[in-house]
Design a protein around this ligand. Structure first.
Ligand code: GLN
Length: 327
């Protein structure tokens, strides 16, 4: 809340500075302005310029643990956001996203794979930032700041394929698995009466224990839950957490608390990546690609729509030309 207000104020300030700058320079070109007024305008312009220069310098002056390198922590056990690729290196949507952000920032990105539960405490000492499908929570905000959020998620409930579990009441008193230090674990501990949380460093190990009959359910974010459920379709199914009353969560990049220079640089680069289409291309490549039949259908639809749109445009253009020719 407080942070949002501060950001809004900062935005309003830079807007008013821009407004000052432009009104001052337009007065300057009006040669007939009375001398006194012109002098006043010039002073305003000068101070506005000084202030905005200062702001620009501030925005550029972020520092990292190693100069020229953005050291990024992740936990590559969370497909499709992060996983270990065929070459043994972390890959996935988040990894591609932070590399695109690093490119906009003009800095080399180096990814460190570590346990999810160590990410927040490593920020500022071992890593500059963390990207790990990490949900913005008040608890984490006590020790780190978050970038603008880039993805909405909700927890899923993975249960045995033949289970009749369907509501949060059905989960009461059960033994439920989750990844250590995740919002899935917090839900089991805080929101499900009498439930026992069994925590794992890798969510997939919890799913294996579910299949082996050692757990009654697993709570993990929706996208990895679908990936795990698709791996073992005969054994488990993933249920939508919204049917259990779980809240929508926002993923964001965690940065050192109070490091506004780095935060601003990351937010600016994230906005650029979103505006130039890179972000949507990565969503299509890493997140939507999962379901092949869906993809085929949507690609067909998209190309049909594109053809229709093109046809419409041609007709409209032709009509416009015809009208202007008639005039
Ligand atoms: N979104 C969950 C959280 O932030 C899980 C993230 C993860 O396991 N990588 O706690």
């Amino acid at each position: 809340m407080k942070k949002a207000l501060v950001l809004a104020l900062a935005g309003a300030m830079s807007l008013s500075l821009m407004a000052c700058g432009s009104s001052a320079s337009s007065t300057e070109s009006a040669t007939e302005a009375p001398a006194a007024e012109t002098a006043a305008e010039e002073t305003t312009e000068a101070s506005a310029e000084a202030a905005s220069e200062e702001q620009e310098n501030e925005a550029a002056a972020f520092t990292t643990l190693t100069e020229g390198v953005l050291t990024v922590g992740t936990n590559a056990e969370f497909p499709p956001f992060e996983y270990v690729g065929d070459d043994g290196e972390p890959d996935g949507f988040d990894i591609a996203l932070i590399k695109a952000i690093g490119e906009k920032m003009g800095i080399e990105v180096q990814v460190e794979n570590m346990e999810f539960d160590s990410l927040v405490t490593s920020i500022g000492s071992k890593i500059d930032v963390a990207i790990a499908g990490m949900t913005v929570t008040e608890e984490r905000q006590a020790s780190v700041d978050f970038s603008d959020s880039y993805y909405d998620a909700v927890q899923s409930v993975i249960v045995p394929a033949d289970s009749e579990i369907a509501t949060i009441e059905d989960l009461q008193g059960l033994k439920i698995g989750a990844q250590l230090g995740t919002t899935g674990e917090f839900i089991i501990e805080d929101d499900i009466e009498g439930a026992e949380a069994a925590t794992y460093n890798k969510a997939v190990d919890a799913v294996n224990d579910l299949i082996n009959g050692k757990l009654d359910a697993v709570i993990v974010d929706r996208n990895p839950a679908s990936v795990f459920a698709e791996k073992f379709p005969d054994d488990v199914k993933a249920l939508n957490g919204e049917d259990f009353g779980f809240a929508v969560e926002q993923y964001a990049i965690a940065v050192p608390k109070g490091d506004t220079a780095l935060l601003d640089a990351i937010n600016a680069a994230l906005a650029e990546v979103q505006e130039d289409g890179t972000f949507d291309a990565l969503v299509a490549q890493y997140i939507e690609e999962g379901d092949a039949s869906d993809e085929a259908a949507s690609t067909e639809e998209a190309s049909e729509e594109a053809t229709e749109a093109a046809a419409d445009e041609t007709t409209e253009e032709a009509a416009a030309e015809a009208t202007s020719a008639a005039e």
